[in-house]
Design a protein around this ligand. Structure first.
Ligand code: GDP
Length: 397
């Protein structure tokens, strides 16, 4: 009997041990592999995209691509739900330019200080006027605006008599403000109209900061209590859609994107606006790719995107994003885009870098449309509505 028992007992014991071992090992393997695939995602472009203390690898935070975004090919695509996560609260928008003025002043020192010193000279002879002119041109004001400002300054210096530094600053401030033109309407169309969302198309050459700007703008709108949806129609640059979805997920804004590499951008734009109409959001922000090598391609692509969007809702704003550090080269880009799209506003990025403040005036003159927003850093809330008085104030700080 005893021999029979051990013959049966040993296989049973081995079986039990195997079952217990499997029960321990399998869940470990599964969670291990999930963790591995999770960490292969680049949830942000740069680690410093996140504000201090923000959860970088929060299990709840959505990794782009996990959010169930619809394939743009699917005609009835719906927006990827904004993932459950600890949402960031964007900074209030009011007075941002004034708060960020130190960055502007840093990059534009040459403009204000040099000019003030020259205009305060006891005697302004032709040599000094030449220097003033050079300073204005070096500040990227452009020749037209420089000529206008020179005329005004000469006239005012003539009638002024004695010029204290304070008075010179006042004069310069008034004249610069007139050039920047405080009468231009710089508001953004962010209200629903005719029961449709406001669609904002964002265009510009790759690398100028389009995707970043849309991410920051989504935060500005969220801070103003708007319902926002993003459309990732820059299908040219592989990482752009994920980059955009990451920006959105941080503030609970859904992104419609395609999981297919090189998908038709118009199809993604169509799905995004459709999702925005269905979800009754206030604003749909549509990112685009900007390849300038071939103007007719650009024209075809942007034209098609606009046409398919307008089957559902009008494009209320076409914002042209320009890198302020490219100075006069940016003017050439502005020219090409304005021939392709009806630009309603300019976003000048990287004004915190080596850019010169005069570029604001030059861009506005070139396009005949206002600068509506300025980028003053890579941080999430470093986008400010453009306020002429605060801007001039910072230039002459
Ligand atoms: P896109 O190709 O036009 O979509 O450009 P991205 O949005 O990817 O931006 C290109 C680079 O410019 C990124 O490294 C951004 O962080 C940076 N950038 C964007 N806006 C600003 C800004 O206002 N200031 C600074 N310093 N960098 C910026």
């Amino acid at each position: 009997m005893g021999g029979v028992n051990s013959d049966v007992l040993i296989p049973i014991l081995i079986g039990v041990v195997i079952v217990i071992a499997l029960a321990i090992i399998v869940p470990l393997l599964v969670s291990g592999s999930r963790k591995r695939s999770r960490t292969t995602y680049t949830t942000t472009r740069d680690a410093d995209d996140l504000p201090p203390g923000a959860p970088e690898d929060d299990e709840g935070a959505a990794a782009p691509g996990e959010s169930g975004a619809p394939d743009a090919e699917s005609p009835a695509g719906t927006a990827a739900p904004a993932p459950a996560t600890t949402l960031e609260r964007p900074e209030p928008v009011q007075g941002r330019l004034a708060r960020l003025r130190a960055r502007l002043a840093k990059s534009n020192n040459v403009f204000g200080k040099g000019l003030l010193a020259l205009l305060s000279s006891e005697k302004i002879d032709e040599d000094v006027w030449d220097e003033i002119e050079m300073t204005l041109l070096a500040a990227d004001l452009g020749t037209d605006a420089t000529d206008d400002l020179m005329l005004q300054l000469r006239a005012r210096v003539k009638v002024e008599g004695s010029r204290t530094p304070e008075r010179v600053k006042e004069i310069l401030s008034e004249e610069l403000l007139a050039l920047v033109d405080p009468t231009m309407d710089r508001s953004l169309a962010t209200e629903r109209a005719d029961e449709k969302p406001s669609v904002i198309l964002v265009v510009g050459v790759n690398g100028v900061g389009k995707t970043t700007t849309i991410g920051k703008l989504a935060r500005v709108l969220v801070a103003e209590d708007k319902d926002v949806l993003l459309g990732a129609a820059d299908t040219f640059r592989a990482a752009a859609a994920e980059q955009l979805a990451t920006w959105g997920s941080r503030v609970g804004v859904p992104t419609v994107k395609s999981d297919v590499d090189g998908a038709d951008p118009a199809s993604v734009a169509f799905d995004a606006v459709k999702a925005g109409v269905d979800a009754e959001v206030d604003v749909v922000l549509v990112d685009t790719a900007g390849r300038l090598q071939n103007k007719s391609n650009l024209m075809d692509e942007l034209g098609k995107i606009k046409r398919v969007i307008e089957k559902q809702a009008p494009v209320r704003e076409a914002l042209l994003v320009l890198d302020a550090t490219t100075g006069q080269n940016g003017l050439q880009q502005a020219k090409v885009f304005s021939e392709v799209v009806n630009i309603t506003g300019i976003v000048l990025t990287k004004l915190d870098g080596t850019a010169k403040g005069g570029i604001v005036v030059a861009m506005q003159r070139q396009l005949g449309v206002p600068v509506k927003l300025v980028g003053l850093g890579e941080g999430p809330d470093d986008l400010a509505p453009f306020e002429p008085a605060a801007f001039v104030d910072a230039l002459l700080a």
